[in-house]
Design a binder for this molecule. Structure first.
Ligand code: ATP
Length: 459
């Protein structure tokens, strides 16, 4: 389906959430703002607000924790956005990182040629209005920049089009400076820049975005085994953080999509209102990247096995996904408008985010604002909790309104200080999804909450 269009479709009994609802929530509650909005904005570039940055940090940290911290054979790096321009010649980006685009002569909409439905390609028609399309034109997606101050002596280079190249560049340094031996992996999270010809669908396709990559280096004889291993691990990782498990699938690349060196490749796809779309790619990169950089740099990037003394260029399994698509997919997955029910007479909007990723973990609420003892006790508890997790103190509006405000931003727990608290030091803990409530002694609250919001990754 064309990326510029949205369709409200549904499968089963849960309708897909229109992206506009997420855009509106994100702006209203401080998750995401259009970049340079007071100047009219820049298409495909966004800023993240107070809640957005918390959610983003949690997503990043969780990925890092489960990929680097909990695997002895994986380490991390953080490479620069600007590299030597030869890097992008070696990688093939200067020559081949192109999109073909067509314009509709009638409605003036623009489409990526490879995203057009087959029927429209055959008939050369616009998928929106049926108008005639222009001939495809080719655009390079790399963003150019210049290093140096003297005109004429400045070196043209690029903002990186994908983050993973830094890993190949540092592969040998990591090997020599750490105690790693093959098989081992290097991870990185970092910004990438692409002059996308059709940015759209909010955070799905941007011009500045953030990628996460694992490049796992193996002996050729072990390639299949590690490819299968990481393919499954990454699928389970995504499955572990969403509610709609049936909306996740693998899509195997067909022979016409595979790079010449790739035996196989899979996309992990997630289904939303814009259809099934790539969330992360699992790629068989063989010895392509290290061989190319050896060739272009003149440096020998082969590996000598310390035991067998065999010398070879390692093969690579790549898993490459995005912070922004994860951010968007998690919101689309978690957003729900609940009609009025027995428990909630007004109905509510709730973000059913996994508690460990939720931007705010707990809200501390005095039942009434005008009772000093309630307020003091609540503020004391809040100041204890905020050292351990993101906690919000809120005493504005009635308690039902405050619960709903927290539900809408995905806060998994609300702690209410009421008159019983003043007698026996117990508080009410309300859980976001079930709206069920329990009473606990105040001293037990930190440990109770920590247990429920901690990283939980058992694969
Ligand atoms: P597509 O076919 O959708 O353009 P791609 O195959 O070019 O994507 P990769 O180069 O494999 O994507 O990038 C790896 C990951 O980076 C993607 O799975 C996606 O999560 C993320 N990503 C890629 N392009 C963008 C973008 N323009 N905006 C946001 N995230 C992106």
């Amino acid at each position: 389906m064309a990326q510029t269009q949205e369709q409200t479709v549904s499968t089963g009994d849960t309708p897909f959430v229109p992206i506009e609802k997420i855009v509106s929530l994100c702006k209203r509650r401080g998750f995401v703002y259009p970049n340079s909005e007071i100047y009219g904005g820049v298409s495909g570039i966004y800023d993240f607000g107070p809640l957005g940055v918390e959610l983003r940090n949690n997503i990043r940290r969780f990925w890092w924790w489960s990929m680097v911290q909990t695997n002895d054979n994986v380490v991390g790096i953080e490479g620069a956005i600007i590299t030597h321009p030869r890097v992008w010649e070696a990688s093939g980006h200067v020559e081949n990182f192109v999109d073909r685009l067509v314009d509709c002569k009638n409605c003036k909409r623009r489409f990526r040629y490879d995203h057009l439905p087959e029927e429209n390609v055959r008939q050369n028609t616009c998928p929106v209005c049926g108008g005639e399309l222009t001939e495809p034109r080719t655009f390079n997606l790399m963003m150019e920049t210049y290093i140096g101050v003297v005109e004429g002596e400045r070196m043209k280079t690029y903002l990186r089009g994908e983050a993973s190249q830094n890993i190949y560049l540092d592969y040998d340094n990591v090997l020599k400076s750490s105690r790693m031996a093959i098989p081992y992996g290097i991870c990185q999270i970092g910004k990438a820049f692409r002059n996308e010809v059709t940015p759209g669908n909010f955070l799905f396709r941007q011009r500045e975005f953030e990628q996460w990559d694992l490049q796992f280096f193996v002996h050729p004889s072990q390639m299949q085994q590690w490819f299968d291993y990481w393919r499954e691990r990454r699928f389970e990782w995504y499955k572990g953080i969403i509610n709609h498990k049936d909306r996740l699938r693998f899509r195997a690349h067909g022979p016409d999509e595979l790079a010449h060196y790739a035996k196989q490749a899979f996309d992990i796809e997630y289904q939303t209102v814009i259809g099934w779309q790539e969330w992360e790619g699992i790629h068989w990169r063989q010895d392509w990247d290290l061989s190319r950089h050896s060739q272009y740099s003149g440096q020998d990037l082969s590996y000598t096995d310390p035991e067998t003394k065999e010398r070879y260029i390692p093969w690579i399994v790549e898993t490459s996904g995005g912070v922004d698509r994860t951010f968007l997919n998690l919101l689309l997955d978690a957003y729900e408008e609940e009609p009025p029910s027995g428990k909630d007479k007004e109905g509510r909007t709730v973000l059913r985010l996994n508690p460990m990723l939720a931007p705010v973990k707990v809200a501390v609420l005095p039942l009434q604002k005008n009772k000093e003892e309630l307020v003091t006790t609540a503020k004391e508890l809040h100041s204890k909790l905020r050292r351990l997790m993101v906690s919000q103190y809120d005493d504005v509006a009635n308690i039902g309104r405050r619960y709903r405000r927290q539900d809408e931003i995905g806060t998994p727990f609300c702690v209410t200080i009421d008159f019983t608290t003043l007698e026996d030091q117990t508080v009410t803990i309300r859980e976001r999804d079930s709206m069920s409530q329990i009473r606990l002694h105040m001293n037990e609250v930190p440990a109770y909450l920590l247990e429920r919001v901690r990283w939980d990754y058992s694969v």
